[in-house]
Design a protein around this ligand. Structure first.
Ligand SMILES: C[S@@+](CC[C@H](N)C(=O)[O-])C[C@H]1O[C@@H](n2cnc3c(N)ncnc32)[C@H](O)[C@@H]1O
Length: 265
């Protein structure tokens, strides 16, 4: 993901500017992106999905803070995300980055010396472990104030029970008026021959695709969220980079990914 963001940063018509991404990706990250080349015909390649997704959720997070007045931002599975440094946050924003300790330790070593544009707090947790909400609360999160959450690039890799467990916990912590962004794949993508080069490369690295849903709005409704789902390439999830080849949702059997935004009534 960081390598894809670094490459995007080099473009004149870039959709975002992520000057820390190249260092975070390192040689290994760029080599990984290179190895994914066989997948370049699926949605413009693995890099393009990451780029569209990044910009889509940049806009979503900023809108939640600017138009809804939210001042708590939680990036679950933040990974090598640098939004705490590169977005122009309104004053008073406190941003929590949650990920596994070894991932955040690596990131801290690379970003040392860079200045965040918000109040940034690290929360080293395993999101499959039910103790993570306490760690977030201990870091200063307020469950009685609205928040905006982002679960980006994670749910696809988790077993079904862990996905539902995580969303139950998020629901407990998200006050009325909170917002949630996440990305989802559908079941057909999990078994798609077209996506097979990418899926098998990920699985070989221990990141096997496990979870998908063909009904993202209903899935989120089960957890108390009113959701809208866009497929990359559709209006609002395109940014002039992808032809809108999305096939109507009514047509079954098509591999799909969804960029989902939701609100908590
Ligand atoms: C594909 S990356 C996405 C990272 C980031 N959201 C982005 O888009 O660049 C998935 C992230 O999920 C994190 N992750 C996977 N399993 C996790 C777990 N059980 N608890 C916490 N983080 C986890 C990984 O460490 C990794 O940083």
């Amino acid at each position: 993901m960081a390598a894809a963001r670094a490459k995007e940063t080099e473009r004149e018509d870039r959709l975002f500017h992520d000057p820390l991404a190249a260092s975070l990706a390192g040689d290994e990250g760029f080599a990984w992106l290179e190895r994914m080349e066989p997948a370049k015909h699926t949605m413009g390649g693995p890099g393009m999905y990451a780029v569209i997704r990044t910009r889509f959720f940049d806009d979503f997070l900023m809108d939640a803070c600017e138009s809804s007045g939210i001042r708590q931002v939680v990036l679950a599975a933040a990974g090598l995300d640098t939004r705490a440094f590169r977005l122009d946050w309104p004053s008073g924003v406190r941003l929590y980055e949650m990920d596994l300790p070894e991932v955040l330790d690596h990131k801290e070593a690379v970003v040392a010396g860079a200045n965040p544009t918000c109040e940034r707090r690290m929360v080293r947790v395993d999101l499959k472990d039910e103790t993570w909400p306490k760690a977030l609360l201990d870091a200063g999160y307020r469950a009685d104030e609205p928040s905006v959450w982002l679960i980006e690039g994670l749910l696809f890799y988790l077993p079904r029970s862990a996905v539902h467990g995580l969303l139950d916990e998020v629901g407990e912590l998200a006050a009325s008026g909170s917002r949630l962004g996440l990305d989802l794949m559908n079941w057909n993508l999990l078994f798609s021959p077209v996506a097979w080069p990418q899926l098998s490369a990920l699985a070989r690295r221990g990141a096997q695709g496990r979870f998908g849903t063909n009904a993202p709005e209903a899935f989120l409704a089960r957890h108390g969220w009113e959701a809208d789902a866009a497929q990359p390439g559709e209006e609002g999830a395109n940014f002039g980079r992808l032809p809108d080849r999305s096939v109507p949702r009514s047509l079954p059997g098509i591999p799909r990914s969804f960029l989902v935004t939701a609100a908590r009534p």
